[in-house]
Design a protein around this ligand. Structure first.
Ligand SMILES: Cc1cc2nc3c(=O)[nH]c(=O)nc-3n(C[C@H](O)[C@H](O)[C@H](O)COP(=O)(O)OP(=O)(O)OC[C@H]3O[C@@H](n4cnc5c(N)ncnc54)[C@H](O)[C@@H]3O)c2cc1C
Length: 479
């Protein structure tokens, strides 16, 4: 019988422990390395596994919402961390919120009770691993600087980002199409952009609201350093202040009353078919390629509180009733350029023995990170057994999330939470027939869960005894 490879998991946050428990449940020997308490990050306060660094919420439990769907899939795959979350839930309306101390304690218990997992408290700084080891890198958004440098060495410096600079995304159905128009600048290329025209008066009012709106209170470590040479060790291996191209829009606006009109709100060449003229200023909305039914506000990354964003951005003509699928953000976040680097099985294309999981892979959020750890643990287990893992179907929430991070435009790649616009839309005929959005979502969830069940059923099963269940489907199907 061929020997089973060992698995080394780096990071004891959310993705790492889930991956470790999954891999161990498939009969693999796992080493789990966590650098805390020897070295901590700017956000962690304890040495605990699965520390929730900020809120204690794993998002909505309302039926047929996207976060609910992701959690339902995880429950069906027996996610260990979700079981721990369910067991330590505290009342939080329609959300799943947990007692964070109890949650971490349960995860630690699960790890301690699994004899196949060996815990090492160490900072990993090298990714040169022996042939007989599969590595899962789950060191998170605050990956230590030495390890980030090592990852840069392995993947190329241009493939690692240290800040999220995220533009807001609005639901296409919530845009007032009577007020906006399609046009390409100077009529060059196809008219893919929707343009929101502003009069001088509207622009001035918008500017005043933008520059006086309340911003998110940043933690000191979340602030881009003004002088990169002053980076401390919680620091980054590459020089980083805000890139000029990623300035928060309110910051650009403060540099002069016309700066936006010569920047992201430039109207030149955007003839409004209603007036035959260029507007005084314009906001451009770009269709999100892999997100159906949604538009990105081009160049509108910002650091405003979410409520303030909704208030100010709804002053833009056409967006008065906009539904925001994602708000703009800028914060410290280390993540790889997954579309350039990752296979759908989370393996690095150039180094298939290394898988990337959790926030480092470009998913965003606690639940998404655990979900990604679940997949990585299963895929790593398949590889350790000499099998080729098959990615989870695109129709599922897991599949859609991974499809997004591996197929988005690498030039514009930004991390993502799970939302409906990542899932494949219903076909046109069905969409025409079913006008009710909730009903459409219900059908998408039903379809996703059926595909997930099928994928799970075709996969090898976790073991309780010493042998790996013969993965009939594993050579052609999944782990
Ligand atoms: C400040 C902050 C606040 C956030 N708030 C929220 C929120 O409220 N809600 C939400 O859904 N998401 C939030 N996120 C996003 C994200 O979901 C969490 O960061 C989540 O913990 C990511 O899980 P992970 O397993 O990928 O990384 P982590 O949970 O960060 O785990 C990574 C682990 O790797 C360890 N590590 C790092 N480098 C090394 C090394 N070289 N060797 C060994 N170990 C190493 C770290 O100590 C850490 O324990 C926040 C992120 C940050 C940074």
């Amino acid at each position: 019988m061929p020997s089973i490879k060992r698995i080394h998991i780096i990071g004891g946050g959310l993705a790492g422990p889930e991956a470790a428990l999954q891999a161990a449940s498939f009969g693999c020997q796992v080493v789990l390395s966590e650098m805390r308490p020897l070295r901590s990050t700017e956000a962690h306060q304890t040495a605990d596994f699965a520390e929730l660094v900020c809120s204690n919420s794993l998002k909505s439990e309302s039926d047929n919402t996207a976060p609910w769907l992701l959690k339902q899939e995880m429950r069906r795959a027996r996610s260990f961390l979700l079981q721990a979350a369910d067991a330590t839930a505290v009342p939080a309306g329609h959300a799943l919120a947990v007692d964070r101390v109890e949650f971490s304690r349960r995860v630690a218990e699960l790890i301690a009770s699994q004899p196949r997992i060996q815990v090492r408290r160490e900072e990993v700084t090298s990714l040169n691993t022996p042939e007989d080891v599969i590595t899962v890198l789950a060191s998170g958004p605050l990956t230590s600087s030495a390890l980030a440098a090592e990852l840069q060495r392995l993947t190329g410096a241009e493939h690692l980002a240290f800040y999220d600079s995220i533009s807001p995304i609005v639901d296409a159905g919530s845009i007032d199409m009577d007020k906006v128009y399609f046009a390409a600048r100077w009529d060059k290329g196809s008219a893919d952009y929707l343009n929101c025209p502003l009069t001088r008066q509207e622009y001035e009012a918008f500017l005043d609201a933008l520059t006086t709106a309340e911003t998110v209170q940043a933690h000191s470590w979340d602030q881009p350093p003004s002088d990169p040479s002053h980076l401390s060790d919680h620091s980054l291996p590459a020089p980083l202040a805000y890139f000029e191209g990623c300035l928060p829009i309110e910051e650009t606006a403060r540099r002069g009353r016309d700066t936006l009109r010569f920047g992201p709100m430039k109207p030149a060449g955007l003839t409004n078919p209603k007036t035959g003229r260029w507007p005084y200023a314009a906001v451009q909305l770009r269709k999100e390629n892999l997100r159906a039914d949604s538009y990105n506000l081009v160049g509108f990354q910002n650091h405003l509180r979410f409520g303030e964003q909704a208030r100010v951005l709804r002053m833009i003509p056409g967006l008065e009733h906009a539904t925001f699928l994602r708000y703009g953000q800028i914060h410290r976040n280390t993540y790889i350029n997954a579309p350039s680097l990752l296979r759908e099985t989370l393996q690095l294309r150039a180094h298939p023995g290394i898988l990337i999981a959790g926030q480092l892979s470009g998913v965003e959020g606690y639940t998404e990170s655990i979900a990604c750890g679940l997949l990585a643990g299963r895929y790593a287990a398949a590889l350790a057994h000499g099998l080729q893992p098959t990615p989870t179907p695109r129709l599922t929430a897991h599949g859609s999330l991974i499809h997004y991070i591996t197929h988005a435009d690498p030039k514009r790649f930004q991390p993502a939470n799970i939302t409906f616009d990542l899932l494949p839309p219903l076909d046109d005929q069905l969409r025409r027939r079913i006008r009710d959005k909730k009903e459409r979502h219900r059908i998408q969830c039903e379809r996703a869960l059926a595909a997930w069940n099928q994928w799970l059923a075709s996969a090898a099963q976790p073991i309780t005894a010493s042998s790996f269940t013969p993965p009939g489907a594993c050579s052609s199907a999944s782990a």
